[in-house]
Design a protein around this ligand. Structure first.
Ligand code: ADP
Ligand code: MG
Length: 435
């Protein structure tokens, strides 16, 4: 899979995994280098060095890094690769802890390092998973040592028993596990915040690009539309004048009717188009969002043209207000619902959610389990006249986009081919105190 064909979150994960592999290899190289240095300095062979097992793990890490790089270049399952690498890291940390004294090893802090970067790469879920996995490993290691089943390499069993304060076992075990989960929770929180900020930034970047493109196209098209309107008006005027001047003939009159009717149709189309290219500012009102959305859904579900085998579900929070022209809101919801409906062939579901994001913003999402889109389609859907439908106009989403940006809102879309699409609209809400 080429990097160019990935979407932004995947590209970001790819880069993070590249960095992870790089730093892991660097860490292993430094570890190995220091081993070699000590060996030369103390005139010891590789096998005689005190931390020979640690050197072995470092060597294994170097080999694994090469293997990971090869897999990373070829796989499209980045998330699985991330989980695999970090789980193996945690096993290696257990190995390091074991060979450096087990329960009394000073290296148990390495678990926390692994959990922190697990959260950075795999977010909260990944961080929590690795914290859980590390806790189990450490728990098993210490329990086995405690019961005398295993001894840290290089230390005699007597030594272990004498030198460890076993009464601290439950205490240290609990503390380490609690530390693992605390670190996972905190780093997960930060990672989620960063992810959300990045997603907003990506959506905004994409929107700015779309708006720029749309503005240029709209400007050109509205000029053209004006140029069409003027000759059309002279055409209709001239025909009407002719009709009054020449003697009545039923055949000619029918032809003139056709000319007038078609000229009218063309003029209406141009007017519609002008409305899209240069929309009029709306009449802004205070709207209670759940009520307004409910109304649109009601009309939509009662519409005869829609597919009756699609279940429409809703999850709307109450008491959220926004300032918008109700007609604009209706148009946005209608266009998105219609697209969702058209994306589902046969049975399926549309889910509409509305929830406050924070005290300033509210999100409306419309998700369908329809056909989804390819990356290429996804990059074109906001272009006016882009459509894949036989009877589509390709104006639906361009209008939605125009309206949303005119209220300083954001629209974002996520889609997976064959699985479905979710459009999310983010709008400024009116704080409760000012309603
Ligand atoms: P139209 O509906 O007339 O084609 P739109 O601007 O509404 O025009 O949509 C443009 C294109 O975006 C559609 O032709 C379709 O390919 C894609 N699209 C929009 N919404 C969805 C959806 N929910 N699922 C899949 N594809 C969609
Ligand atoms: Mg449409």
């Amino acid at each position: 899979m080429k990097v160019e064909s990935r979407n932004k979150p995947e590209k970001a994960l790819f880069r993070k995994l590249q960095w992870l592999i790089f730093f892991r290899a660097l860490f292993a190289a430094v570890l190995l280098g220091s081993g070699v240095f000590v060996g030369i300095h103390e005139h010891l062979t590789f096998a005689d060095q005190p931390l020979v097992a640690v050197n072995g793990i470092a060597l294994l890490l170097v080999c694994l890094s090469v293997l990971y790089s090869v897999i990373l270049a070829r796989t499209s399952h980045l998330s699985i690769l991330g989980y695999l690498q970090i789980s193996i890291d945690s096993l290696l940390v257990t190995g390091i802890v074991f060979v450096t004294g087990g329960f009394s090893s000073i290296f148990s802090f390495l678990y926390l390092v692994v959990i922190i970067y697990a959260s950075m790469v795999l977010f909260r879920k990944g961080g929590m998973f690795i914290a859980f996995f590390c806790s189990i490993q450490y728990g098993v290691l210490v329990s086995l040592e405690y019961q005398g089943v295993i001894y840290p390499i290089g230390l005699a069993s007597d030594f272990v028993l004498k030198n460890n304060n076993w009464e601290y076992v439950p205490y240290k075990l609990l503390m380490t596990i609690a530390a693992c989960f605390c670190v996972a929770f905190l780093s997960g929180l930060l990672a989620e915040q960063e992810r959300r900020a990045k997603q907003d930034l990506w959506a905004m970047e994409a929107q700015v690009k779309r708006v720029e493109k749309l503005a240029a196209i709209g400007e050109m098209a509205s000029g053209l539309a004006h140029e069409i309107k003027n000759p059309l008006a002279s055409l209709s005027g001239s025909i009407q004048f002719l009709r009054e001047e020449i003697p009545y003939d039923p055949d000619r009159d029918r032809l003139m009717d056709i000319i007038l009717r078609e000229a009218d149709r063309l003029s209406a189309l141009v007017n519609d188009f002008l409305m899209f290219a240069k929309p009029q500012p709306g009449q802004i009102k205070l709207v209670e969002l759940d009520v307004a959305i409910d109304e649109v859904i009601k009309v939509f579900t009662a519409d005869n043209r829609r597919n009756r085998r699609i279940a429409v579900s809703r999850h709307l929070d109450e008491g959220v207000f926004i300032e918008i022209d109700p007609e604009h809101l209706r148009q946005v919801l209608w266009n998105l619902l219609l697209n969702a409906d058209e994306a589902i062939e046969g049975e399926g579901g549309i889910d509409i959610k509305m929830y406050p994001l924070d005290k300033d913003y509210v999100c409306i999402s419309i998700a369908d389990d329809g056909c989804g889109m390819t990356e290429e389609t996804l990059s074109l859907i906001f272009d006016p006249f882009f459509t894949v439908k036989a009877k589509g106009t390709g104006l639906g989403l361009s209008i939605v986009q125009r309206i949303i940006t005119s209220y300083n809102g954001l629209i974002d879309v996520r889609s997976e081919l064959g699985k479905g699409t979710t459009f999310t609209v983010k709008l400024r809400r009116i704080p409760k105190s000012s309603v």
